[in-house]
Design a protein around this ligand. Structure first.
Ligand SMILES: [Zn+2]
Ligand SMILES: [Zn+2]
Length: 263
């Protein structure tokens, strides 16, 4: 059985485990190395079984623990050419561990096949990842999306499980205390996906075989887990799609204490 464990999610740091009980990968390393190690242990996983770290982009909530974690355990790192050059420039990537550019042809790691897809976000060259597991399940991690482009939509279509961003409630963001420029950035095509924009596409994905959604990268300031959850359920039920019979929905907590999702 394949496992997905959202270890950390949201503005304070992002990190996901994907694999089996014995080996796997991390997507992002956005908390300290110690916090990631502890969270893996807490959730019944072991840092020694991590065979690679795939980075989505260079923002600190995705790379905070990367240098220390990869150096300590000599874990290979994969990212886009643009992300690699940003991480070289800021000193995150060093000779202490191997790193490699991953392109559209993908990479085989830990008995899985990982395919990147481009995301629209205010970074050098952001990627989401689609992971084909050893038992032929497909799971995608798609966060930090200004909008769901055709490429993102195509990559997510047909996945069994989708980790998808539900960053903010538009009303909470607009009426909140963020400065105008930051609000504009978040709402732009290179910002973050709202609850509503996320919810709108969920019926399409269920009609194409997805049975599990994990809402992720929620803003601590401009969202409430229950609101993200209800917006998604509402959109799906309006399309006649029933929770717990047609699909399972959960919200990735900022810090996971609940163990893995097995799918
Ligand atoms: Zn970002
Ligand atoms: Zn982020």
């Amino acid at each position: 059985m394949a496992r997905l464990c959202p270890l950390f999610s949201g503005s304070r740091g992002n990190c996901y485990y994907l694999g089996s009980a014995k080996k796997g990968i991390l997507v992002d390393a956005g908390r300290s190395a110690k916090q990631i190690e502890n969270s893996l242990l807490y959730n019944g996983l072991d840092i020694k079984n991590i065979e690679a770290i795939f980075i989505t982009h260079e923002h600190s909530d995705h790379i905070k623990g990367l240098r220390v974690l990869a150096s300590k355990y000599k874990i290979p790192v994969y990212a886009s050419e643009g992300t690699i050059s940003q991480l070289e420039y800021n000193g995150t990537l060093t000779q202490a561990f191997p790193y490699e550019i991953i392109d559209k042809s993908g990479a085989a790691v830990a008995d899985m096949f990982i395919e990147p897809f481009r995301i629209s976000h205010d970074c050098a060259e952001g990627y989401g990842y689609k992971i084909n597991t050893y038992d032929d399940r497909k799971v995608a991690v798609a966060t930090d999306l200004g909008y769901i482009s055709k490429e993102v939509k195509n990559s997510l279509t047909g996945c069994d499980t989708i980790v998808i961003e539900a960053n903010h409630d538009i009303g909470m963001l607009q009426n909140g205390r963020y400065p105008y420029d930051l609000k504009r950035r978040i709402l732009s095509d290179k910002g973050h996906l709202s609850n509503m924009a996320c919810a709108d596409l969920l019926p399409y994905f269920t009609e194409n075989g997805t049975t599990r959604f994990v809402l992720a990268h929620l803003s601590a300031e401009n969202n409430i887990p229950e609101l993200a959850y209800q917006t998604a359920v509402c959109s799906l039920s309006m399309a006649g799609i029933k929770e717990n019979s047609d699909y399972i929905l959960s919200v990735a907590p900022a810090e996971n204490k609940n163990g893995s999702i097995i799918f």
